[in-house]
Design a protein around this ligand. Structure first.
Ligand code: C2E
Ligand code: CA
Ligand code: CA
Length: 712
């Protein structure tokens, strides 16, 4: 009942047409083929057409291009689901003057006779436009920003669905856009996980952040292909409400590569700097510390607070020069390296083991209860033979030990004491250690004093020459004299074994050598001239042979003294041949060309071998007295002596044996067909004044030999 009453009231109201015209929204009735059947006054106002113009026209003229299908779409929807309310649609309408305006349309269907009429209400939304424009401007700005940023951005809603992303995100992760249209995010996630080095960690972070919506995070994602992304994540908020999470990814591969490169360059630099530093502090050959390090450490050790003990072990290899000269510098280097290795092994607790240069090493000990034991151990350990390129070498060294005393001492003072002790060890026969003692200072003072004296020796006429006969058993007479230098210092005779090495070290040997040569030639000239088969042997050291005019001066001297050069013999030790200096060979060759002979002195000592003999430019071999002294009874078998002599003979060399003191020795060597003999048995070296006496005793000794061996 109520219903009919209301209907009545409506009917009683203004007419339907008037009602339509009074409506605020434009209202259109459109038939199935799009023709406008009816339009109200608001429609006429909105579009700018008269009602007559509208009626019967196609409604498309009221819609902007692109919206013509809107009505058909709506009609279908309404027909299919009549009960479902349809939200208004946004479209663009078209004024009569051709301008477009935004509008909202809402539709409903009206059953007509046989056909359905679409009722369309149109409301201009131009008034909203201002706000929308701001919003869409902001939106487009945001989109532009999102799309132009190099970061890949993904927004996940609070429900865990993808709420937004930019192109860059897809590109960076190589996700095909169609994957995102899939129902689940799973396939896209698989694409992501398949690329990262540690998918577990990647997922863990995602899970962790999902559980903590308010958390922010920043980490790094490493890719299997070598790329690196920085991953930022923060909650997406609207006001205070968290509505989702924003993930942003930045490809930092180039930056990281540059960083790595820079880091590598820095480490390289650091390594180089370290190398340079260690080169400055380390001996490059042996890897030991160098002098600078040792000095610094020693100074530090001696500084207060006073340590219990400070010991310096200074050591120098014995005869290292010969290893270098004879076996070559490589062997010398090998030996130094081996010595360094052994040294470090001997004193693992040392504060510093350093090579001071050449063949000089030093060990610093600051907490050693028994430095003497260590010193002894070093001498012993280093003396063990080792082989280098087939040669057996037996390093031998002289070690000086100095320790911090009760009184404070400076570093240089302590080092000097060790040095003095080391020299004392050498003088005492090498291959040993000596602890510094105040008496050694006296020895040092003496040595310095000796050198000072030697400097004046020639000028003050203190140098003289003794001559020792050399006999030929075959010829039964003295065939040669060896000139031996003598130094009478005041009323004291200094042995050649002391002053000759000193003279060689100080270079004084040149002056002394010439003096000896001049005196010898002058004093022997007449004896030599009497018989061309007689000769004079003179010792020459390597230092002298380094003089460029050595041979010429000798030849001149021989001429002045009217002595045949062929009557001269020059005795050299084999070390002179192994000096890098080829001048030595040149000087000797010049003398040999002129007819002089060269004798290899002290043969068998040092590092020489029989095999080396054939390469040397020598004519005579002098077998060292140590071999001769092996003959005691004369019955012993000494193959070394016979091989030396045989070898020399087979090379066309003549052999002289030195240091013959007994009958047995003479006989033994005669039996081996040694060419010449020299020694106290025949005569001690004598000054020129006792020349005749020397000749006489030598002759007597020879005939005694002959008479005793003759009849048997
Ligand atoms: P050297 O050339 O081997 O000289 C032989 C040494 O043996 C000499 O010692 C000589 O006195 C010694 N001697 C000779 N017969 C015997 C013997 O039967 N038994 C023993 N035990 N010794 C004997 P000296 O005169 O003391 O000379 C020592 C070294 O000094 C020489 O050894 C030589 O290397 C060097 N020397 C001597 N005079 C000169 C010189 O004018 N110039 C150079 N460069 N060196 C020289
Ligand atoms: Ca000699
Ligand atoms: Ca000799």
């Amino acid at each position: 009942m109520g219903g009919s009453r209301r209907q009545n009231r409506v009917l009683a109201a203004p007419s339907f047409g008037a009602l339509l015209d009074a409506g605020p929204d434009a209202l259109l009735a459109i038939d199935a083929d799009g023709t406008i059947l009816l339009a109200n006054a608001a429609a006429s106002r909105l579009f700018g057409y008269s009602r007559d113009e509208l009626t019967g026209s196609n409604h498309w003229m009221l819609l902007a291009a692109g919206f013509h299908n809107e009505t058909a779409l709506l009609r279908t929807r309404l027909a299919e689901q009549p009960d479902k309310p349809l939200p208004p649609r946004e479209v663009y309408g078209l004024h009569r003057d051709g301008t477009e305006f935004p509008a909202e349309i809402a539709c409903s269907l009206l059953e007509g006779d046989g056909s359905q009429i679409l009722l369309v209400s149109v409301r201009s939304t131009g008034h909203r436009k201002g706000g929308d424009a701001d919003l869409s401007e902001a939106m487009s700005l945001l989109t532009a920003t999102l799309e132009s940023t190099a970061d890949g951005i993904l927004v996940i809603s609070a429900e865990g669905k993808i709420a937004g992303l930019n192109e860059q995100f897809l590109t960076m992760w190589g996700i095909p856009p169609e994957l995102l249209e899939a129902e689940s995010d799973e396939p896209a996630m698989q694409v992501v996980l398949s690329q990262v080095q540690d998918p577990g960690q990647f997922l863990a972070r995602v899970t962790e952040l999902t559980a903590n919506p308010a958390a922010e995070s920043h980490d790094v994602v490493d890719f299997l292909d070598g790329r690196t992304f920085e991953r930022y994540s923060r909650p997406q908020k609207v006001g205070d409400r968290i509505v989702g999470r924003v993930w942003s990814f930045r490809d930092v591969t180039p930056r990281r590569k540059a960083q790595e490169q820079a880091e590598r360059a820095l480490t390289d630099l650091a390594v180089q700097a370290e190398q340079l530093r260690s080169m400055a502090f380390r001996d490059p050959l042996t890897g030991l510390a160098n002098r600078a390090v040792f000095n610094a450490e020693l100074v530090r050790a001696l500084k207060p607070p006073r340590l219990k003990s400070v010991d310096i072990l200074l050591l120098d290899l014995d005869d290292f020069k010969e290893v270098n000269d004879i076996l070559g510098h490589q062997a010398g280097d090998d030996m130094l390296v081996e010595v360094a290795r052994r040294l470090q092994g001997c004193v693992p607790t040392a504060d510093v083991v350093a090579r001071l240069g050449g063949d000089e090493f030093v060990v610093l000990l600051t907490a050693c209860p028994d430095a003497d034991a260590i010193a002894e151990c070093i001498v012993r350990c280093l003396h063990v033979p080792f082989s280098i390129e087939g040669s057996m070498l037996r390093p031998s060294l002289s070690l000086g030990l100095a320790s911090m005393g009760r009184q404070a001492q400076g570093a240089s003072e302590l080092l000097r004491e060790a040095d003095i002790a080391m020299y004392a060890a050498k003088a005492a026969g090498k291959n040993r250690f000596l602890r510094f003692h105040q008496d050694m200072m006296t020895a040092l003072v003496q040595r310095t004093d000796l050198e000072a004296g030697l400097q004046l020796a020639v000028g003050q006429g203190e140098i003289s020459v003794d001559f020792q006969p050399i006999v030929s058993p075959r010829m039964g007479r003295v065939v040669k004299f060896e000139a031996l230098a003598r130094w009478d210092r005041g009323d004291q005779r200094v042995p050649p074994a002391v002053f000759i090495p000193l003279a060689e070290r100080s270079g004084l040997i040149n002056g002394i050598g010439s003096e000896v040569m001049v005196q010898s030639l002058k004093q022997m000239a007449s004896w030599l001239r009497e018989d061309p088969s007689r000769s004079l042997s003179m010792n020459v050291s390597g230092v002298q042979l380094q003089e460029l005019d050595f041979a010429e001066r000798v030849l001149e001297l021989a001429e002045t003294c009217r002595v045949g050069v062929y009557q001269l013999v020059f005795e050299v030790t084999e070390s002179v041949f192994f000096d890098a200096d080829c001048n030595v060979i040149k000087q000797l060759s010049r003398l040999r060309e002129a007819g002089a002979r060269v004798a290899l002195d002290d043969f068998g000592t040092g590092y020489s071998s029989l095999g080396r003999l054939q390469d040397l430019p020598v004519d005579i071999v002098k077998i060292d007295k140590t071999f001769v002294s092996m003959v005691r009874t004369g019955d012993e078998r000494l193959p070394i002596l016979s091989s030396m002599i045989n070898m020399a003979h087979s090379l066309g060399l003549t052999v002289t044996a030195e240091g013959i003191e007994t009958d047995e020795q003479a006989r033994y060597l005669i039996a081996l067909e040694c060419d010449s003999l020299q020694g106290y048995l025949f005569s001690h070296p004598e000054p020129a004044a006792r020349f005749d006496q020397a000749l006489r005793t030598a002759g007597q000794a020879l005939s005694a030999l002959a008479s005793r061996s003759g009849p048997t």
